[in-house]
Design a protein around this ligand. Sequence first.
Ligand code: ATP
Ligand code: MG
Length: 428
Amino acid sequence: MRQSKLFTKTRKEVPADEVAKNAMLLIRAGYIAKEMAGAYSYLPLGLKVVEKIKQIVREEMDAIDGQELIMTSLQRKELWEKTGRWDESVVDVWFKSELRSGAAVGFGWSHEEPIGEMMKNYISSYKDMPVSVYQFQTKFRNEVRAKSGVMRGREFVMKDMYSFCADEDSHLAYYESVKPAYMKVYKRLGIGEDTFVTFAAGGAFTKFSHEFQTICNTGEDVVYLNKEKRVAINEEVLNDEILESLGVTRKELTKTNTAEVGNIFNFGQQKASELGLAFKDKQGKKVPVWIGSYGIGVTRLVGVLVEKFSDDKGICWPSSVSPFAFHILEIGKSNEAGRFASELYTSLSERGIEVLWDDRDRSAGEKFADADLIGIPYQIIISDRGLSGGEVELKERLTGKTSFINEADIINTVLKILKNNGNAGKNS
Ligand code: ATP
Ligand code: MG
């Protein structure tokens, strides 16, 4: 992509009511635009990041036999009445509206009830299970406070997955398999070390649900954790009983601010009993299905990554989600830099490498500042001065480390970096 064609421009101002660092940086760099508190549009750069996160999540959900689908945002009141969750004293984040007929509809804040209902069409025997389905869906939640930028939207993208099993063993085995799958996602996003499987409230069948909490100063949650033992307990469930069952003492745990980037629930057979989702077991007896529900906050993750990977100059994306792999900065008035940049851009693009080329007629200072704000992990600086010595400069955004590469070696250097990053990603 040529930067001269990118319709978004970096900017100095952010909306007066914006207080979250993640949204301020994302707005200034041209990733998102604010519609209103808790509602953000994703612009071309921002959409690329969202899509990369989704693709990582997709690969890991597919690896545990998830099947992707997409459900509607409009939901029927009757389904939620069956489980008591239409009631606003039970669920306080509903956006509701009505059809012209007067019938009430809700905007999906979650999808357990509709998916459970839909599955009645596909599950009637134990032979129809296990099934696991997931979607990337825009959820609507009328949150009281939306001051954390994209980390707490009133409209946001979630990956939600639901598993349906015929017996407790396979249900629990599936639930357990989601934990490492989620951890693989966070690892690929560069936050594996800082993300902890956390005991939390909720879960109908079990005493606890499991949250995936990432250390983050501006996160809204408080977790007690021990990094070495990788034990984490949400403050809402911290008590002697849980400490004892996990074999830790309160003194070993540090109170830490975190952001919840995922949450998994074990509904046991309760949800299916309420919805009337049952199957015939081997003896021909009607039994409620075992259901698990598994969420990942896709757009919240965009915010968490910016909160964690940024400095006073701007964003420093992890390679796995950066909108582009390399940022070519063409510096200098002569044709030489422009010609070299253009050739490099073409040969990298032809290899399928994602490059942003700052071909704009701007000062070097402006280009450096914009590149640091946008936060692509590697900048290739092509200047008249460098080329006169046969060199281009390679700068790593995160560390600020620069090196000078012989102009003939730059493509090989790029390929080497990609290879290393690739190896550090998916399969590690
Ligand atoms: P929170 O406690 O932060 O309000 P939750 O427990 O209500 O979240 P879940 O229903 O478990 O959230 O949703 C699954 C995931 O979706 C969460 O782990 C989180 O990452 C993300 N998420 C939840 N609410 C929001 C929101 N308002 N904006 C962005 N992401 C959200
Ligand atoms: Mg939660």
